[in-house]
Design a protein around this ligand. Sequence first.
Ligand code: PRP
Length: 207
Amino acid sequence: MAAVFVSSHPLVQHKLTVLRDVATDHRSFRELMRELAMLLCYEATLDVKLEPYSVQTPMGTAKGMKAVETIGLVPVLRAGLGMLEGVMQLLPNVQVWHIGLYRDEHTLRPVEYYNKLPTEPTVQMCLILDPMLATGGSAVATVDILKRWGVPRIKYLGLIAAPEGVERLTTAHPDVPVHIAAIDDHLNEVGFIVPGLGDAGDRQFGT
Ligand code: PRP
């Protein structure tokens, strides 16, 4: 069973509640997504590898640490884009590899439409960024793509999950930790998370 981390940080819970609110406009929605992604990224990167590294201060030599891994950020288009900027701001060495998936509205299966990964992996770890883990189909497909690419460590960062999506992702990929702000009640008959926040892509981009 994969590790599932549901953030208990008070700021995460506060900001997530405002994000859910139907009265929150597009601009505020994007800002909240950026901030929530930063807070979750902080919690998800506690095990980033460090090497000793010294610097000169105005007063002498300070023994410090340097983050040595190159981390691949994988926003799942479209909604994952809203989590990208905040995470990019926090991490020192990143590459961004977009993956385009949309959910077929009848079958709810993910359909891949954008993937420009090179043949060999160029990162030591990937963070998948996608706010909604609904049926889990998109998350499983994204991990499948990254494993085929050969990435040794993969983590999933999301905002709201349905229990069904968590179950599907952790069963298919028990080695992938899941960092999430909330696990909601259920999926409805058309695959939306309830109570959720609606369509994260539409709410960010005003569509
Ligand atoms: C949403 C969301 C996830 C996916 C989750 O994307 O951003 O990628 O659905 O659903 P699943 O767990 O059932 O696969 P959507 O297909 O609406 O595309 P969009 O981000 O372009 O709006």
